[in-house]
Design a protein around this ligand. Structure first.
Ligand SMILES: [Fe+2]
Ligand SMILES: [Fe+2]
Length: 492
């Protein structure tokens, strides 16, 4: 229980076997009914969330969608699948089970019991971390709101909506923490999360990558692959937090997040399957006339989404990141599996940077370079994904391959900002960059080409020309299952 008079009391979790209380207006496993004040505050926020969803959530009118809803947080059977009208989705508050013996795993509080309330000295920093994470969740829903109009299939449409409702739930997850542990200021921040909106000139979302509209499905797949994956890694550091409610919240969010990356990874893979098939059949890389997306366009989309996602990790060297670590607010990816002292006062690592027109390297204290530590884990995960995509091309007997651009390519944040680094890691001058950039980043012509292929395919089991069907459906349903019922005339 929080005893800080500014925050009000937070409910104790109901225990390891707690099912979700579905009788409540807000489904939860945090015994919301046991804290009337908090429950009332969240019930006051709920209609504003629903207004936001109706205004800035998915634009395509639907009757119902085959959606996954969380019904428990245990290892098995945590999700339930059913057709539900989207604005009746039961967004709720679910924290992973509490380990009563959990201890802080790193930093100067290492070995102390995990915190069940927010220490005054870390209040501002923790609230900021939660607000920045929370802001990305509704932002992606806003960015993707128009995509339903050009869905390549009912199967893909359902996956888009699943990602959207879960990002909405992630907003709930962060708003719960703000309301339960940060008092009046937390409630104000929760209001602001609905007032800012993606791309708004006066009140934009906090991070740059979340203010660009997702214009087409290729970009959506790249976004869920590379930008949602950034989210996975950020959540992975917060899951280690000494502040136990935050750790448990993020642990459960990661469970949902896995599906978002599945959507992206398999989406791109199916684009490649289709492109490879057309290249072979017609003996040309120019598959556009046959309804496919050329490989070089796919590569340019990849280059862009990867580089803007790299920026989300922040500067390679960051005193803040070191302070967050030492204070116990944010750990490293898989902290428990790291074979070191988890304090890092003497640890060092290599940092690459640009000097004298080339990429150089020097040794720096690890504590000051934790953003880079996390980013390296992310890059390794992304390269694994690209290797799997290349198996599609190899399997089709093609010599072409996709690649991840160099970490310095197209960067606006950190040591590479202000330099011009090619996807292959050469440092070039501004003029050369300008002359060659059209080969590396999506051009207006690329976007037009992709847009021309984005015609909706709403017939069950049918797929747009530019993407192969998946091998299996969702939750053991067939691929041609009626995953979405569009709103019919008269039912609008
Ligand atoms: Fe999320
Ligand atoms: Fe996500």
């Amino acid at each position: 229980m929080s005893t800080d008079p500014r925050t009000g009391a937070a409910p104790s979790p109901a225990g390891p076997l707690s099912r979700v209380d579905y009788g409540a207006r807000i489904p939860n496993n945090v015994n919301l009914a046991g804290d009337r004040r908090l429950q009332r505050a969240l019930e006051g926020w709920q209609p504003r969330f629903l207004d936001w969803w109706k205004q800035l959530g998915p634009a395509l009118p639907t009757r119902d969608v085959y959606l996954r809803t969380a019904v428990a947080v245990g290892r098995d059977g945590w999700a339930h699948f059913a057709h539900v009208p989207m604005d009746e989705y039961r967004w709720g508050i679910f924290l992973a089970e509490r380990d009563p013996d959990r201890r802080v795993g790193f930093g100067r509080h290492k070995g102390e019991p995990a915190w069940q309330e927010v220490p005054g000295e870390h209040r501002a920093a923790l609230m900021r971390l939660i607000v920045v994470q929370g802001d990305t969740e509704p932002a992606s829903v806003e960015q993707q709101r128009a995509l339903g109009g050009t869905a390549p299939s009912i199967y893909d449409l359902r996956n888009l909506f699943q990602v959207n409702v879960e990002e909405g739930r992630h907003l709930w997850a962060m708003v719960y923490l703000l309301h339960a542990y940060f008092g009046r200021e937390g409630r104000e921040e929760a209001e602001q999360l609905l007032r800012r909106s993606s791309g708004d000139l006066d009140a934009p979302r906090i991070l740059g990558a979340f203010n660009e509209e997702t214009t087409d499905w290729l970009q959506f797949f790249m976004f869920t692959c590379f930008t949602d994956r950034d989210g996975k890694y950020q959540l992975g550091t917060l899951k280690e937090s000494a502040f136990d409610p935050l750790a448990r919240t993020c642990q459960f969010m990661l469970k949902e997040e896995a599906h978002h990356m599945f959507v992206g990874t398999t989406g791109v893979q199916r684009v490649l399957e289709r492109t490879a098939e057309l290249m072979r059949r017609h003996g040309t890389a120019d598959v556009l006339p046959y309804g496919g997306i050329p490989l070089d366009v796919v590569q340019r989309y990849l280059n862009l989404q990867f580089s803007v996602s790299m920026d989300l990790f922040g500067s390679e060297q960051s005193a803040n990141a070191g302070t967050y670590y030492s204070s116990g607010l944010k750990g490293r990816w898989m902290e428990g599996r790291r074979d070191d002292d988890h304090v890092l006062l003497d640890a060092t690592r290599e940092l690459r940077f640009v000097a004298g027109g080339r990429i150089a390297s020097r040794t720096v204290p690890l504590l000051g370079a934790l953003n880079l530590d996390l980013r390296d884990e992310y890059v390794a995960d992304c390269s694994h994904g690209v290797r799997r995509w290349n198996q599609v091309l190899a399997g089709a007997g093609l010599g072409e391959r996709l690649y991840l651009p160099h970490e310095g390519f197209n960067r606006r944040v950190g040591v590479y900002a202000g330099h011009h680094v090619t996807p292959y890691g050469e440092v070039v001058g501004e003029q050369e960059w300008r002359a060659r950039a059209a080969a590396w980043l999506p051009t207006p012509a690329d976007r037009e080409l992709v847009a021309s292929l984005m015609v909706p395919e709403y017939e069950y089991g049918a797929f747009a020309s530019w993407i192969a069907p998946p091998r299996t459906g969702i939750n053991d349903q067939p691929v041609e299952f009626d995953y979405v019922h569009l709103a019919e005339e008269g039912l609008l």
